[in-house]
Design a protein around this ligand. Structure first.
Ligand SMILES: [Zn+2]
Length: 252
């Protein structure tokens, strides 16, 4: 019997706060949420809720980042103007992020006027922020349309091989099934093996391109940032293709 069991995650709204979003590169409103998990069998809870942590979802780019409620003085119940929310939730924002805001301002005025170190750090930042999303993808099996099509295609190839044996002499039957089976299985394995690569191209590349657009980075600069991340052990550094980011920046 197939038993449905595992862990489920619940998110509870804590309120709206304001903070700097490294992907939007500006002050943004965030929805602060408490994240809890519990065990279940057939979706019936079998354990108490345990606190996993907090997350804040940027209302500009919708990315969920790690949240720390203690960092904020208060959380507004309703979303309002960001200037109003920052005054209530993070009054020290301009003190804390003053230097970063100056960098963003000089980038707006003259994109080529930044020092090489600052430019390198700014190019690397979105990949560092997006890295946990890629790491999490390795731990889960999400079925996209390519995997669905490969499963259907794999079955079709095996069925075709079975049909072919009707017309082939008996001594070719084993070889025909072996080739059909290997092709069908190969197709399914390929679809699963390349699933993270497709996720990165679909979900990560457009986000990175949006953040990097004001910097107008070259393919070499992106490749250098990703190589650094790869050396630090981030999987995003090995799987993301710099060329895809450059193309997305040009198209965006
Ligand atoms: Zn954002």
């Amino acid at each position: 019997m197939f038993i449905v069991w595992g862990k489920r995650v619940m998110r509870k709204k804590q309120g709206y706060v304001a903070d700097f979003c490294p992907m939007c590169r500006e002050l943004q409103t965030f929805l602060l949420r408490e994240v809890r998990s519990y065990s279940h069998i057939y979706y019936i809870p079998t354990s108490a809720n345990t606190l996993v942590g907090y997350e804040r979802v940027c209302q500009g780019c919708k990315l969920a980042l790690h949240g720390a409620p203690r960092q904020y003085v208060a959380a507004s119940k309703r979303p309002g103007h960001v200037r109003e929310i920052v005054g209530r939730s993070f009054p020290a924002f301009h003190e804390v992020y003053g230097e970063r805001l100056k960098v963003e301002e000089s980038l707006r005025i003259s994109p080529d006027g930044l020092s090489p170190e600052v430019r390198r750090a700014l190019i690397q930042q979105p990949f560092l922020v997006l890295s946990p999303l890629v790491e999490a993808q390795y731990g889960r099996t999400s079925v996209d349309w390519v995997i669905g099509a490969s499963l259907a295609g794999g079955v079709a190839v095996v069925a075709l091989a079975a049909q072919l044996t009707e017309w082939l002499p008996d001594n070719y039957h084993t070889a025909c099934f072996a080739v059909g089976g290997a092709l069908g299985l190969g197709l399914i394995i390929w679809a699963f093996a390349t699933a993270v690569q497709r996720f990165v191209k679909r979900k990560i590349v457009p986000r990175a391109a949006r953040t990097l657009k004001p910097l107008r980075p070259t393919e070499t600069e992106i490749a250098a940032a990703l190589a650094d991340l790869k050396r630090m052990g981030h999987k995003i550094g090995g799987i993301l293709k710099p060329k895809h980011v450059v193309t997305a920046i040009q198209d965006g």
